[in-house]
Each structure stands twice: as structure tokens, then as C-alpha cells.
Design a protein around this ligand. Structure first.
Ligand code: NAP
Length: 422
């Protein structure tokens, strides 16, 4: 029996699915000792700090993660940051393989004038703010305006627009950050535009998310039928299945009876942003449209146009991703998930992606290293182990129970460590 040591950096979906693929590849001849390193005191990555809180079903995948974490041969090392607390080269020397699963946490830039203005932010900052990520509590989200503009036509843009346009009382039974619920309850925003630069036939939304929109109880969702008719024509007689499903879902919204709700979410297509204008802060966005230039007055602009990886020392990046060959990076380093392929696909996409990389990793394995492990590098550090995390998890879930919430997330890192028993 040969045991190999594998370090996974990043405790998000891609990291857990890589661990699962390693567990599934164990045999009578080969086992893996898996150490997962995470810079936050809490695991689960985007399932905790990305998935919209009003979509709790998507988060049930965390049960799979916990099963992986407790299946044996798995240790969590939370509150340990690669590049700060430990170095990649040190981990590389101690493990047979290192898997980078650190995702893409930086918002892509629009590259137009005005992005520096207060009141312009990226979904990469807004989403973790409402999801109680400890590093994003201080994000300034001006909600004292009647109109917000969301740029992008993907599911993140839809999440962002929905969070701004729904009645905040709908967030009471969710695990939205307490600070965000408080701010959203004071919000003056009543009109949210979601602006796509191309036609509806090119939108990156997925149809289940579109079909959920008419279920919003206090928000009027507006899609212009003329936009969808034009998109149906442009898509031709044999559109791809996803495009057809999307257009069907959008047509249903367009034909849905309008309500008198004070809050509105309106989709605009063929709106290419060219400039964000304002003096002290955002005042308007200028768009190029098929009918000429158009300006929308607003006090908040959020772009949701994709993400790029936050670079790690010792790793080469190109176009926001780790340079890799089907997951092989260099030497004994591999990459999975969004850091590997860019920000695309749903959580489950990471399962097959990770399994394919683990196959390559296994085919590369050589004589196992006998050189200790991460514990030799972090002796003085406060580590959140699986047991500590389970204590945090139980505490959060318990404080949510009397409030009818799945949990109340703790945002303060030292409080998280205290709840963990450290
Ligand atoms: P995405 O699906 O790639 O959408 C990005 C959008 O930004 C596209 O509409 C793109 O338009 C637009 N865009 C890019 N550059 C632009 C620019 N310079 N100006 C204006 N628009 C621009 O990315 P995402 O929304 O960040 O989502 C990432 C992944 O997570 C997706 O696979 C998504 O489905 C998934 N996700 C899933 C869920 C869910 O299942 N509920 C929730 C959230 C996210 P073009 O097509 O014209 O480039």
C-alpha cells in the first residue's frame, strides 16, 4: 500500500471535488492523505460567499462537501494563507502533488472612463458583501439612490439585480449578511436596469434562473417583447437548446401580466456601456444603442462581466487564469476549477473538471515523498481544523434557528476563531 500526500489550496467547490476524485481513486495499492488549505476560517468558497442567499437549494451541495471532509484521510487547515503564512515552494517540497483551487476572486474591468467613481463597483465586491465574507464588510454600497444599473447578462448579473430589486423582507428567512439586510432595508432603490451589450439570443443567463424571476413577490420584472421577438428572429429556425429555453423563459416574462409593485427590474438589450459619469460619485451611465447614444441616470452601477484569478506567487497567469495544460501547471502543481478554466459553468461542472485533472495527477505520480507535512510549517499558527469548523457551523446554524434562518453568518474573523474554540 502506497500513501501519497496531496495538498489542495482553496476550500471551494473545485477543491472539494478534487478531494472527492482523489478519494474515489483510492485502491488496495494506493491511498491519498489530503490536506486542504484555506485562507479563511470557514470553508465552502463560493457556496458560502457567492451563491445568492435567496437560492438556498444551490447551497445544499455543502452536505456533499462535509461528507468528503469526514470520509477519512482528509484534514482541513483553515485560516492559513498561501503566500503569507506558508509559501507554495514549501508545500511543493512536502507533498507529492499540490492542487490550486483558488478560483477567480477579482472582478473583470469594463475598461471605460468612470470606473474609479464612488458608486461604481464590481459584483466581485458586492456579492461577498451581501454574503458576509469577512474581507468585504467595509465595501461602500450606496443605496440612497432610486436607480441602479447592473452591467452584464449572466447569472451573476441576475443575482445582483435581484438582490437590489427584491423587497428586503424576502431576505429575512435567508443567510444574507446581517449588515447587508440592514442596509438593503434602508435602500431607496426602486428601479434596477440589467444591461446586456448584445441581443437576448446571446444572453448568458440560464433558463431556470429566468423562470424563477416571476416568482418575486414584490417586484415587477420587465422584459420588452420586441427585444425577444427580434432575438427569436436573429436566433433562426434551429436555435441551440439553451438559447431556445432562454428565449422561451424571457418571452414568458415579457408576456407576464405587469403588476403595480413599486420595485422594478428591467432588462435592456443592445446596450453597450461607454462611460460612467459623475462628479463626487456616479450620476449616469452612457450607452451606445442601435438607436444612438442613451444615458441612464443612476447612483449605483455594478458590473458583473466575469472574474479573474488573484495571482499567487510562483504561478504564471494569462487572461485571468493559471497557465496550464489540461490542469497540469508545472512540476507537481495542478489547477482545478475557475482558476484553471476561467469563471464558467455551474458548481457541478467542477466535478468532472476535477476528476479529469486527478486522472492526470495520478498518471504523473512517482515515489512518494517522505518529508513531513504542513504541520511542520505552521506550528505557531491558529489553524481551523474540521472539528473547529464544525463548531463554527453548529454555532451559526443554532443562532439562525430562532430567527427562521438557515444560519446567521459571523463576519468577524476573531469571532469565528473564538466560535471554533481557538
Ligand atoms: P458569464 O455567464 O460569463 O456572463 C458574463 C456576462 O458579461 C455576459 O453576458 C457578457 O456578455 C458580459 N460582458 C463581458 N464583458 C462585457 C463588457 N465589457 N461589457 C458589457 N458586458 C460584458 O459570467 P457570470 O455571470 O459572472 O457567471 C459566471 C458563471 O457562474 C456562469 O457560468 C454562470 O452561469 C455561473 N453562475 C450560476 C448561477 C446559478 O446557477 N444560479 C449563479 C451565478 C453564477 P457577452 O456574451 O457579450 O460577452
Amino acid at each position: 500500500m502506497t500513501q501519497y500526500k496531496v495538498a489542495i489550496v482553496g476550500a471551494g467547490p473545485a477543491g472539494y471535488f478534487a478531494a472527492q476524485a482523489l478519494q474515489n481513486a483510492q485502491s488496495d495499492e494506493r491511498t491519498f492523505a489530503i490536506d486542504m488549505i484555506e485562507r479563511l476560517p470557514t470553508p465552502w468558497g463560493l457556496v458560502r460567499s457567492g451563491v445568492a442567499p435567496d437560492h438556498p437549494k444551490i447551497k445544499t451541495v455543502s452536505k456533499v462537501f462535509e461528507k468528503i471532509a469526514t470520509a477519512g484521510n482528509f484534514r482541513l487547515f483553515g485560516n492559513i494563507e498561501l503566500g503569507t503564512d506558508i509559501q507554495l515552494s514549501e508545500i511543493q517540497a512536502k507533498y507529492d502533488a499540490v492542487i490550486i483551487a483558488t478560483g477567480t476572486s477579482l472582478g473583470r474591468k469594463l475598461g471605460i472612463p468612470g470606473e474609479e467613481l464612488a458608486g461604481y463597483l464590481s459584483a466581485a465586491d458586492f456579492v461577498p458583501w451581501y454574503n458576509a465574507h469577512p474581507d468585504y464588510t467595509a465595501v461602500n454600497v450606496p443605496l440612497d439612490t432610486d436607480t441602479a444599473v447592473v452591467i452584464g447578462a449572466g447569472n451573476v448579473a441576475m443575482d445582483v439585480a435581484r438582490m437590489l430589486a427584491l423587497d428586503p423582507s424576502e431576505l429575512d428567512p435567508t443567510d444574507t449578511a446581517e449588515h447587508a439586510i440592514a442596509e438593503l432595508k434602508k435602500s431607496n432603490i426602486r428601479k434596477v436596469y440589467i444591461c446586456a451589450r448584445r441581443g437576448a439570443e446571446h444572453a448568458a443567463f440560464t433558463s431556470p434562473e429566468l423562470r424563477d424571476l416571476p416568482k418575486l413577490e414584490h417586484t415587477n420584472v420587465i422584459i420588452h417583447k420586441s427585444d425577444i421577438d427580434a432575438a427569436i428572429t436573429a436566433a433562426g429556425d434551429t436555435p441551440e437548446k439553451d438559447v431556445k429555453n432562454n428565449l422561451d423563459a424571457m418571452l414568458a416574462i415579457a408576456e407576464h401580466e405587469k403588476t403595480n409593485h413599486a420595485r422594478t427590474m428591467e432588462f435592456l438589450f443592445h446596450h453597450v456601456p461607454t462611460e460612467i459619469k459623475g462628479t463626487a460619485g456616479v450620476q449616469e451611465v452612457v450607452f451606445k444603442t442601435p438607436n444612438g447614444e442613451k444615458t441612464i441616470k443612476c447612483g449605483l452601477v455594478i458590473s458583473a462581466i466575469g472574474y479573474e484569478a488573484h495571482p499567487l506567487d510562483g504561478i504564471t497567469y494569462e487572461k485571468g487564469k493559471v497557465v496550464n495544460n489540461e490542469g497540469r501547471v508545472k512540476e507537481n502543481i495542478y489547477v482545478v476549477g475557475w482558476a484553471k478554466r476561467g469563471p464558467s459553468g455551474v458548481i457541478g461542472t467542477n466535478k468532472s473538471d476535477a476528476a479529469a485533472v486527478i486522472e492526470l495527477l495520478i498518471s504523473d505520480l512517482q515515489t512518494p515523498k517522505n518529508s513531513g507535512d504542513i504541520n511542520d510549517l505552521i506550528s505557531a499558527h491558529k489553524v481551523i481544523t474540521q472539528t473547529h469548523w464544525e463548531a463554527i457551523n453548529t454555532a451559526e446554524v443554532s443562532s439562525g434557528e430562532p430567527l427562521g434562518k438557515p444560519r446567521v453568518k459571523v463576519v468577524d474573523k476573531s469571532e469565528l476563531l473564538r466560535l471554533g474554540g481557538l
